[in-house]
Design a protein around this ligand. Structure first.
Ligand SMILES: NC(=O)c1ccc[n+]([C@@H]2O[C@H](COP(=O)([O-])OP(=O)(O)OC[C@H]3O[C@@H](n4cnc5c(N)ncnc54)[C@H](O)[C@@H]3O)[C@@H](O)[C@H]2O)c1
Length: 257
């Protein structure tokens, strides 16, 4: 596995847990971290896939571990963090790329869709950050990155549950950043625009919704998972040591339009 020799951006030897690690964004992120020499724990609700995907990284010469994680359970979050520490001695980074997407007109939005959105996209962000925060504070070092969304900032119709969960996740990021800054633990978030992944099929399957979403992006294209990689590496690496509590939008200008 090649290393990048620039110490500002080197993540070699870091132990990083990627939640939602088999998802459309999480898996490309996990692969890139591994390619750069990090030890990568792929954590997801789909345990069989985490084991398969981790094995495929090991087969390519990487250091990886598959972990079952249900982010709605605090014990599962704590167990996932402990597995990383048991395997590699420390946890340097968390990239939380788990999430669900439930949208619909507010008058028709079912309680269960609201509750699941908040439970996974907001409370799940808190649960996993809390589970990693303790060990990171004891190490005096760590970087927690949550994939939020442009919906942390903009209001799209039909997005009451999703946008509330993402705005909450962004603000939890800021609050945890203030609590843990003095301990050397940084907490940031990344806000992507619409990106073709399994989560966004509802958008891409409907040409009217797809074209309307595209029209709101000043750079006139959807995101790709690869668009996020440099920002993730930056937020994990030593070069971002004075960056905390930030929501970094990687969105082709969506949040300024
Ligand atoms: N794709 C987009 O357009 C887009 C845009 C902005 C933000 N995001 C956000 O990025 C994140 C990743 O999205 P994606 O596009 O990769 O979606 P995805 O559906 O491809 O991946 C999400 C992953 O989260 C996992 N997951 C769901 N519930 C879980 C739980 N209870 N515990 C653990 N894992 C669970 C799923 O198994 C899946 O692997 C989400 O938070 C999403 O809201 C996505």
């Amino acid at each position: 596995m090649p290393d990048n020799h620039d110490p500002l951006f080197s993540i070699t030897e870091q132990s990083v847990l990627v939640a939602g690690g088999v998802g459309g964004l999480g898996w490309p992120i996990a692969q890139e971290l591994c390619r750069r020499g990090a030890r990568v724990a792929i954590a997801d609700i789909d345990e069989a896939k985490t084991l398969d995907y981790a094995q495929s990284l090991v087969d390519r010469g990487g250091r990886a571990l598959g972990i079952a994680l249900d982010i709605v359970a605090s014990a599962s979050c704590e167990a996932a963090v402990q597995q990383v520490i048991q395997k590699w001695g420390r946890i340097d980074g968390v990239v939380n790329a788990s999430g669900i997407y439930r949208v619909g007109p507010a008058l028709e939005l079912a309680d269960i869709d609201w509750e699941r959105s908040i439970d996974i996209n907001l409370t799940g962000v808190f649960r996993l950050a809390r589970a990693a925060g303790g060990p990171m504070i004891r190490q005096n070092r760590g970087s927690i990155i949550t994939i939020t969304s442009v919906s942390s900032s903009v209001a799209n119709r039909h997005y009451a549950a999703y946008a509330a969960s993402k705005a909450g996740a962004a603000h939890v990021t800021r609050v945890l950043a203030t609590e843990w800054a003095a301990s050397g633990v940084r907490v940031n978030a990344l806000g992507p625009a619409v990106t073709p992944t399994p989560l966004a099929t509802q958008i891409f399957d409907d040409p009217i919704i797809r074209d309307a979403a595209l029209a709101k992006i000043p750079m006139s294209r959807f995101g790709t998972p690869e668009d996020l990689l440099a920002a993730i590496i930056f937020l994990l690496a030593p070069g971002s040591r004075f960056v905390t509590g930030q929501i970094l939008y990687v969105d082709g200008g969506r949040t300024i339009s």
